[in-house]
Every structure is written in structure tokens, then in C-alpha cells.
Design a protein around this ligand. Structure first.
Ligand code: AKG
Ligand code: MN
Length: 202
């Protein structure tokens, strides 16, 4: 088997469909893309409502997409920024591998080891019942954890998301599992994650 095929891995998670493409982007391309996005994107730190309290999200975000698409999550409604060339290129590449079409992307900027995203699933109604999510990682390797929503017989799972990788989650993944990026105990460098999504009509 060539290295390229060996680097495609289906995660052994019941009731989910998660495939990891380690070498989606060349290393040097991923580093250049990371630096360009950190520099160019108008990052914001929104407040979200958690257990009835307003708190700053523990990371920076940005939302790009087709002009007629807005997105609501954790009590926030975001209007998309207009596409930039770098994101259109990554979108086309991710669509080819995920066999899906995407009309928006949420960018997360984890500045250092203290930034994180709590357990959630990408199950907003506007994504439909079985959304395909294409998740590209740039920069520092961080661990994505999965835990089952209901079935306690299923073991939690983890995967290290390396720079230049694409993780495709589809089918029942969001219905059955939550995922999170925990803080790291040791200092680490920046990471940008891009989750391409398709917001449905109506
Ligand atoms: O940073 C990641 O890998 C995950 C981000 C995520 O789950 C999300 O944006 O919904
Ligand atoms: Mn998510």
C-alpha cells in the first residue's frame, strides 16, 4: 500500500462515519495557509450563553459563506463574511474528497494551549439530519475527543488532528456523538481549524 492510502483511516467508532485523511495538504502548504489565515481573517471573540451566564468563547472564530446563509449556534447568529480565494481553494479540495458540497465554513483559531471547544455536536437544524462536515487542521496538533450521546456501551474515542489533515464526519456521527478539543496542560503553538458545512434552504 502506498503511504498516501495508508494515511487514510476510518475511525473505529460505532454509529458514526468518520474518516481521517492525514496528508490532505502538504506540510509547507499547511504552514503557509496557517500564517496567511491568522494574519488576514477578522477574528472575533464572541460571548456565548453557558448555563445561563454570558462567557467569552475560549478561542477566536470567523464565519464565511454564501451571502444568503446565516448560522445560529449557542445563542449566536452569525452573518457570513464573503469568501476569500484561500478558502475557496480549500473548499473545492474538501468537496472532492468528502463527496459533498459546502456553502459555508466556520474557522476556529486556538491561539495556544488554553484555547478549546467544549463537547457539542454539529447538529443545528439548518445542517439537516445527517450533515457532512469537512474539518481541516492547520498548525499545532490537537486532540479531538468523541463521547457518545446516549449509548454508554460505546467507548469514548480520540484522534490527534495533524497539520494539513482533513477529517470528514458524516452519516449519524452528529446524531450519536459529541466532540471537543480540550485545553492542553503543556504550552503549545497556534492552530486554525476550518469546518466546512452545508446550510440547507429554509
Ligand atoms: O477544532 C476542531 O477540530 C473542532 C471544531 C469544531 O468542532 C467545530 O467548529 O464545530
Ligand atoms: Mn464541531
Amino acid at each position: 500500500m502506498s503511504d498516501l492510502f495508508a494515511a487514510i483511516e476510518r475511525l473505529p467508532i460505532a454509529g458514526a462515519d468518520v474518516v481521517y485523511y492525514r496528508h490532505f495538504l502538504p506540510r509547507s502548504g499547511a504552514s503557509a495557509m496557517l500564517a496567511g489565515l491568522i494574519d488576514q481573517v477578522p477574528w472575533r471573540q464572541d460571548n456565548i450563553v453557558l448555563w445561563g451566564k454570558s462567557v467569552a468563547q475560549p478561542r477566536l472564530t470567523a464565519w464565511y459563506g454564501d451571502p444568503d446563509r446565516s448560522y445560529t449556534y449557542s445563542g449566536l447568529t452569525l452573518q457570513p463574511l464573503p469568501w476569500i480565494d484561500e478558502l475557496l481553494l480549500l473548499r473545492t479540495m474538501a468537496e472532492a474528497i468528502a463527496q459533498a458540497t459546502f456553502n459555508s465554513v466556520l474557522l476556529n483559531y486556538y491561539r495556544d494551549h488554553n484555547d478549546s471547544v467544549g463537547f457539542h455536536s454539529d447538529d443545528e437544524p439548518e445542517l439537516g439530519a445527517t450533515p457532512t462536515i469537512g474539518s481541516i487542521s492547520l498548525g499545532e496538533t490537537r486532540t479531538l475527543s468523541f463521547k457518545p450521546k446516549r449509548n454508554k456501551d460505546w467507548q469514548p474515542a480520540r484522534i490527534a488532528l495533524e497539520s494539513g489533515s482533513l477529517l470528514v464526519m458524516k452519516g449519524d456521527t452528529q446524531r450519536n456523538w459529541r466532540h471537543a478539543i480540550a485545553k492542553e496542560s503543556r504550552p503549545c503553538g497556534p492552530r486554525v481549524n476550518l469546518t466546512f458545512r452545508r446550510i440547507l434552504d429554509g
